[in-house]
Design a protein around this ligand. Structure first.
Ligand SMILES: Cc1ncc(COP(=O)(O)O)c(C=O)c1O
Length: 377
């Protein structure tokens, strides 16, 4: 159906073999492969970080809020421009979400200044997002949150391998939450990782992940434990061996795949330069290393976005929107969410063009020809 899809998996025989090997091993629920995935993910970020593999990033975000003790009466600051998981988890623990705006039409991330504007005595945590793989300005945010005793959860769903001032995202805050959903830089179908530099919080989330139990089914299978205690109430947010095996193969490919994404984005920028009716955010990459999760652009005021999407669809080019405003969703109509003008403006005008590591420069050219034609330029 599509000449250029929004995303394509970066899979080959290695992933197939990894899955076959797990099935042949006779052990498919969380075990040694998952431990190896956690350990190699920690090494990939920074050796002394603790990693907990989970079912998905939403589970990681939920566990982070639970481990920090966030509850009703607390306020949690989240970006006004993000995926719905960030507001949902805050609501699910009974707390109140408060929106922080983007810095500008050029930097769509929230910053210390946009966070500070919405801090109140009830603010207990922030969830920040490294949008499209571009890290937030973490030194200012960490200083602000430390001063106000506010916990930091980094939503790194877009950003495995991204760095701010040479430090990996997911190691700045109390927690980092990664997504390994199909369309992410590291894909396993459904999966996630929760990272923390704090050993106590790490133990807590490992209990929360698996019913609060002190031993795993694998430990009993291997004869390392006969029974178990339940040290705290918990959930089942475990990953499994099949996804961990996929994760290990994908982790090996990640650095190269992220480098390829960079080249593709540079090609887009070169070909789109000077096009009337669009602007490209995140052009200032001082102090940061992006991992180019998606390629978002901003359409000019008054341009019919749905019309552009339709015209590009007729050329076989798939596009997407990151993200609709929370205000557009029925679930949050009772919330009386605070205003965030820049994010609201971006939400109306954003368009995401195809990007994936196996994309060719010729495919980038096709997309650019199509959007220029749709814009009449
Ligand atoms: C910014 C952001 N946060 C959280 C999530 C949720 O990730 P998952 O699907 O792994 O639960 C996503 C997924 O698209 C996302 O883009």
């Amino acid at each position: 159906m599509w000449n250029v899809q929004l995303f394509k998996l970066n899979y080959d025989d290695q992933e197939s073999l990894a899955v076959k090997n797990v099935i042949d091993s006779g052990w498919i629920t969380m075990g040694e492969k998952s431990k190896e995935f956690e350990s190699k993910f920690s090494t990939f970020l920074q050796n002394d970080v603790h990693s907990t593999a989970v079912t998905n990033c939403t589970a990681a975000l939920h566990l982070a809020l639970l481990a920090l003790g966030i509850k009703a009466e607390d306020e949690v600051i989240i970006p006004a421009l993000t995926f719905v998981a960030d507001i949902n988890v805050v609501r699910i623990v009974g707390a109140t979400p408060v929106l922080a705006d983007c810095e500008s039409l050029e930097n769509w991330n929230m910053t210390a200044a946009t966070i500070e504007k919405v801090i109140t005595p009830k603010t207990k945590a922030i969830i920040l997002v490294h949008f499209a793989g571009y890290p937030c300005k973490m030194d200012e945010i960490v200083a602000l949150c430390n001063k106000n005793k506010i916990a930091i959860i980094e939503d790194c769903a877009h950003a495995p391998g991204a760095k701010y001032k040479n430090q990996s995202v997911g190691t700045f805050g109390d927690f980092g939450c990664f997504s390994f959903f199909t369309n992410k830089n590291l894909s396993v179908g459904e999966g996630g990782m929760l990272t923390t530099m704090n050993a106590e919080l790490d133990q807590k989330v490992k209990y929360f992940r698996s019913h609060g139990m002190t031993s795993l089914t694998l430990d009993r299978h291997k004869g390392r434990a006969i029974t178990y205690d339940v040290s705290q109430p918990g959930l089942n947010y475990r990953i499994d061996e099949i996804r961990s095996a996929l994760g290990l193969v994908q982790l090996e490919k990640l650095t190269k795949a992220n480098e390829r994404r960079k080249l593709l984005v540079e090609k887009y920028i070169e070909l789109l330069e000077g096009t009337n009716g669009i602007s490209i955010p995140f052009m200032d990459t001082k102090n940061l290393k992006s991992v180019y999760h998606i390629f978002p652009i901003l359409l000019g005021v008054g341009i019919d976005r749905l019309g552009i999407i339709e015209l590009m669809k007729q050329d076989g080019i798939q596009t997407s929107i990151h993200y609709p405003s929370f205000r557009d969703f029925t679930a949050f109509s009772d919330l009386n969410l605070n205003e965030a003008h820049i994010a609201e403006d971006i939400a109306k005008r954003e368009l995401t063009l195809p990007l994936y590591p196996t994309m060719t420069f010729e495919e980038v050219e096709l997309v650019v020809i199509s959007i220029k034609s749709a814009l009449g330029s």
